[in-house]
Design a protein. Structure first.
Length: 412
């Protein structure tokens, strides 16, 4: 895979000593860029952190909260900082860290971002932002927001004083590589801003049809329960032998229980020949990526032969997904074929994947960015079908829009 001009420009900035914020539309290759950048880095002094356990397992990193000892931030900001600053292991990690990458920064709350930045200055006894540690934040605030249990306004990281202190150099990726469908790109860009124009309405209406129970692609649902039920139903309809592959775990039971919640593969993988599956890893040779879909054409105990939607045949062996503790040590692992059934997935779990044929339910969505995340998974608008949609499901946070406008003006 070749670099786009904006990726090349961003990579040059990443090789400086500046704090950087890598962002851009969905499908502009943020994850690809960071994977290339972190190759060969010393993870002890330049750790890779992620906002969620799922993201951390996929990128082979640690969670932001565990690295900085934030926990669930019981007692609020000050209590969290006091508690973490007294932790010997937190002190050791922060002291020896020279820089870190933070993936999916949009899902980190401003309070957590502030706690970590303040903690670094306190422990390192250094008034510079982050106590002199270099920070590379990666993500798109127009996608999924931080979890908000209070029902109040979103606690975006970019609204915090710590974000301002960080003085990030914005690295804006603007070349969409996931799709070359220009009409679809225009619709996506409009949806990203939460606008329902006549063009968006006409386009989405043209893609809406009655629910197809035998749809040959992947269905996106808002809820996990609906997703699991649909996958099992479609698998049961295939008239061939069911094979079960148990995921093998190592580690303490406590860590295994946590990995079961965060690994991209289930505790057991149920497969049949001709079943539709999606890959959950990126192939180093780029023959497939996270989210590539295809049908199983042969199964044995050691390999799966899959014919992808692009007609390429690939052979998969078992892969291992690791859970790292705050110090970067593996504390649990999960090993199985790196696939999921692909008849359905949730909108949240689809983030970061690239799919070719989608049936999406765009009714009754509740989060800003949910509709944009769902629609932007596709390689082309030709693969889109909607079982229904509602203008109220297409929304963007006004604060995010203002932030992006400012970012755009600064990067020009």
């Amino acid at each position: 895979m070749d670099f786009t001009p904006c990726q090349i420009k961003a990579l040059l900035e990443l090789k400086t000593n500046k704090n950087c914020f890598v962002t851009g539309f969905a499908g502009t290759g943020k994850s690809f860029l960071i994977r290339q950048f972190i190759k060969g880095l010393d993870r002890k002094t330049f750790p890779v952190l992620a906002s969620t356990g799922v993201s951390a397992v996929i990128i082979g990193g640690r969670t932001f909260h565990s690295f900085f000892g934030l926990g669930v931030m019981e007692g609020g900001l000050e209590a969290t900082i006091d508690r973490a600053s007294g932790d010997r292991r937190v002190k050791s990690r922060i002291t020896k860290t020279e820089a870190f990458v933070l993936d999916e920064v949009s899902m980190i709350s401003g309070t957590a971002f502030t706690a970590a930045e303040t903690l670094c200055r306190k422990i390192r006894k250094n008034r510079l932002p982050w106590g002199g540690i270099r920070v590379i934040a990666v993500g798109d605030f127009a996608q999924l927001p931080p979890v908000n249990r209070s029902g109040q306004d979103k606690d975006w990281a970019f609204l915090s004083d710590a974000w301002t202190r960080s003085a990030f150099t914005p690295l804006l990726l603007n070349t969409i590589v996931r799709t070359v469908d220009q009409e679809y790109i225009e619709v996506l860009n409009t949806v990203r801003h939460g606008d329902v124009t006549n063009k968006v309405t006409e386009y989405l209406n043209s893609k809406t049809e009655e629910w197809q129970d035998g749809f040959r692609g992947t269905c996106l649902f808002p809820l996990r329960k609906t997703t699991e039920s649909y996958n099992n139903k479609r698998l049961a309809e295939i008239d061939s032998r069911l094979m079960t592959f148990e995921t093998k775990y190592t580690g303490s039971q406590r860590h295994i229980d946590l990995l079961k919640k965060t690994a991209p593969i289930p505790q057991e993988i149920l497969l049949k020949e001709s079943a539709l599956v999606m890959t959950r890893i990126n192939d180093p040779a780029y023959r497939y990526i996270n989210g590539s879909t295809g049908h199983v054409i042969d199964i044995n105990n050691n390999t799966l032969l899959i014919k992808l939607k692009n007609n390429r045949e690939i052979e998969l062996t078992r892969a291992t997904f690791s859970l790292l503790d705050a110090d970067g040590e593996e504390v649990a692992s999960a090993t199985n074929f790196p696939v999921n059934l692909a008849y359905a997935t949730t909108i949240h779990k689809s983030q970061g994947t690239t799919l070719s044929d989608l049936m999406i339910d765009l009714k009754r969505l509740w989060e800003p960015g949910q509709a944009y995340v769902a629609l932007s998974r596709l390689e082309s608008g030709e693969g889109l079908k909607l079982s229904g949609w509602s203008p109220s499901s297409i929304k963007a946070d006004p604060q995010v829009l203002l932030f992006h406008q400012k970012l755009l003006s600064e990067s020009q």
